[in-house]
Write a protein that binds this ligand. Sequence first.
Ligand SMILES: Cc1ncc(COP(=O)(O)O)c(C=O)c1O
Length: 422
Amino acid sequence: MRNEDFEEAAITVQPINPPPRLLMGPGPINADPRVLRAMSAQLVGQYDPAMTEYMNETMALYRQVFQTQNEQTLLIDGTSRAGIEAALVSLVAPGDRVLVPIFGRFGHLLREIAERAGAEVHVIEREWGTVFTAAEIEAAIRETKPKLLAVVHGDTSTTVAQPLEGLGEICEKHGVLFYTDVTASLAGNAFDTDALGLDAVTAGLQKCLAGPSGSAPATFSPRAVEVINSRKSIEAGIAGSDAEIHESRIRSNYFDLAMIFDYWGEKRLNHHTEATSMLYGARECARLLVEEGMAAAVERHRLHGAAMLAGVQGLGLEVFGDPAAKMNNVVAVVIPDAVNGDAVRGELLNDFGIEIGTSFGPLHGKVWRIGTMGYNARRDAVLTTLASLEQVLRRHGASVAAGGGAGAAYDLYQDTQAGAAS
Ligand SMILES: Cc1ncc(COP(=O)(O)O)c(C=O)c1O
């Protein structure tokens, strides 16, 4: 290719102008416009007092979002799996035993990341759509004697959430650190870090937090901080002139939480250059939730999730997964035999601008996943999705109850209003 050809190619690129979409899949969802506005604010220097104040405020806000007193509550730069990697690579040294109960795709991810951190990983598995009892997890802890229990809370791949109640006590009794990934569940389902006895929790913005992906809020108990700091190393050229290398040095520089704590803490020891625009966005996500109230945010997700569930059932569709363990913010809908699942999704996107989710692994081609989360946990979004889905299903030859979807959701909203008024 000649130079002139490169130049011609460059000027044909148009400004970013995404098509209008209503994102009703399992995440990402449409970001709250207030979060997008916060992200477009001008940058300030990394150690500008305004910036360090924003960092402190972000920590304080996320303590409320996570319901914790943990000092070390901060952002890991990167998508949710950056938070998972930071937690696991910093808590687990090569050869340490980790127990991962797997009940969906993201349990496999925890296993994979723990293995890459050099852990000796033990797993117990359950069929997708079901969850473990605390007794099953305790039995596995007795057998494998792990240093860390790593469990996904809500697994978007199956739409169910592992109950965490009682696991904190079990971990404490057996001297095990307790970590959970709440990427899919935080702010949409009841969750209290301290009451559950958790040592490490990581999340993401792109679901019930109403932001874009790219920042991973996380919190660490004093016990976790002690374990992490016991492996602390300091890069050359930062504190003194020589590096201080611990014999069990954390195997990632970028995700070295001991260094990240010093960066977010009073020492402000230089580590990475903070992803300022993402911090603005993450701070706004938390600010909006705290303003709404965490209990109110969970109730909003419960209400709109219940309306979506009533709506798909009102259309005569079957729902996948243990109903007792279903997350508020996403439902898995069995694809009727009569239709091609991908063709239905494609038509919803092309004709109505609505995205719903496909599925992974054993559920691929069997269920759609429909979310009601974050900015899209709203009545108009639920009703529009159900009315559009009905039209597309009918065009594809499925027999659906006329008006049954939006109608059932309407009924639920009306009953709730009547209930609230009485
Ligand atoms: C429970 C859970 N964990 C981890 C992830 C991975 O997140 P990311 O793609 O932001 O790295 C997801 C994404 O959907 C998730 O639902």
